[in-house]
Design a protein around this ligand. Structure first.
Ligand SMILES: Nc1ncnc2c1ncn2[C@@H]1O[C@H](COP(=O)(O)OP(=O)(O)O)[C@@H](O)[C@H]1O
Ligand SMILES: [Mg+2]
Length: 278
């Protein structure tokens, strides 16, 4: 299994490495960790609360967030650190935001106008939403990494730009994404069927993931685990939920290797099975 990028690296060699493709805003572990804690308000807060004691390495860096492997009091944890609001893209954000409640008209206006304040407010809401959804799914028994902050809104707000959750993996390495793992035909079919069952389970809870594909599913001990939920929408609130569900089904069918499934049939199956148990 692939080892973490820099668990075996010394902090020094990590810092010397020049990566030209390094996305703007990404900082290496030893730039973030200082003698007294962390050079990031969110991480520092979690450190002071005793939730994170050490950053061990970087698991993955994407456009909007970098996921770090960290140590917590009870073992390994994953810390998803979002970049500064200014460098975030909020791709097609309006599609997911539709129907989400924003209490104050001034905040709503700032967000709609994408002012600087609006963008940071929007990011804070986005991250709160990720915590909220993780808790809802975890409590409903859906396989997701357990969130380690909250469920109280105050605690989640204090975590700043960091979503802290259980690390899926072990000392040897992180769980691979379904998109990256080599599966036998029987395993691929099992993984695909589990994924379709998860889409159904989400729909029964009135939710659509909104970015459901083998890139946001981990494969661990023969089990599919859902990650990356900030864009999840509620069917009752969001007028694009149907469209997003269709897209999720198509993305899933396209992204699981070794599977040939007709998205229309899969969608029908999901809708039928969700309805039957409603
Ligand atoms: N709890 C976790 N345990 C192990 N690996 C994780 C965890 N959360 C995220 N990852 C890894 O980090 C990657 C990026 O996380 P994700 O939440 O999908 O963020 P992004 O918005 O960058 O896609 C995932 O593809 C996965 O490989
Ligand atoms: Mg992702």
């Amino acid at each position: 299994m692939k080892r973490y990028t820099d668990l075996s690296d010394t902090a020094e060699s990590f810092s010397k490495r020049k990566d030209r493709r390094k996305p703007k805003g990404r900082r290496s572990v030893n730039q973030l960790q200082t003698k007294d804690g962390f050079d990031d308000a969110g991480l520092q807060g979690l450190f002071e609360q005793g939730l994170v004691t050490e950053l061990l390495g970087e698991l993955k860096s994407g456009k909007e967030a970098t996921v770090y492997l960290a140590r917590g009091p009870r073992g390994l944890v994953a810390a998803k650190l979002y970049r500064d609001a200014a460098v975030r893209s909020f791709k097609n954000d309006h599609l997911y935001r539709d129907g989400r409640f924003i209490g104050d008209a001034r905040v709503k206006k700032a967000i709609d106008q994408r002012s600087k304040t609006g963008v940071s407010a929007q990011q804070a809401l986005w991250i709160m939403h990720e915590y909220g959804q993780l808790w809802a799914l975890y409590n409903a028994g859906v396989p997701v990494p357990k969130p380690l902050v909250g469920p109280g809104a105050d605690d989640c707000a204090k975590a700043g730009r960091v979503v802290l959750m259980d690390f899926i993996g072990d000392d040897e390495g992180a769980a691979p994404r379904l998109a990256d793992v080599r599966l036998s035909p029987a395993e691929a079919e099992d993984a695909f069927n589990q994924s379709v069952a998860l889409l159904t389970q989400l729909l029964k809870l009135g939710k659509v993931h909104g970015d459901f594909s083998a890139y946001n599913l981990l494969w661990w001990h023969g089990e599919v685990i859902i990650i990356d939920v900030p864009q999840m929408v509620e069917v009752e609130e969001n007028r694009s939920a149907g469209e997003l569900l269709e897209r999720d089904v198509v993305s899933l069918c396209r992204s699981v290797k070794g599977i040939r499934a007709d998205p229309r049939e899969v969608l029908e199956r999901v809708l039928r099975d969700a309805r039957r148990s409603l």
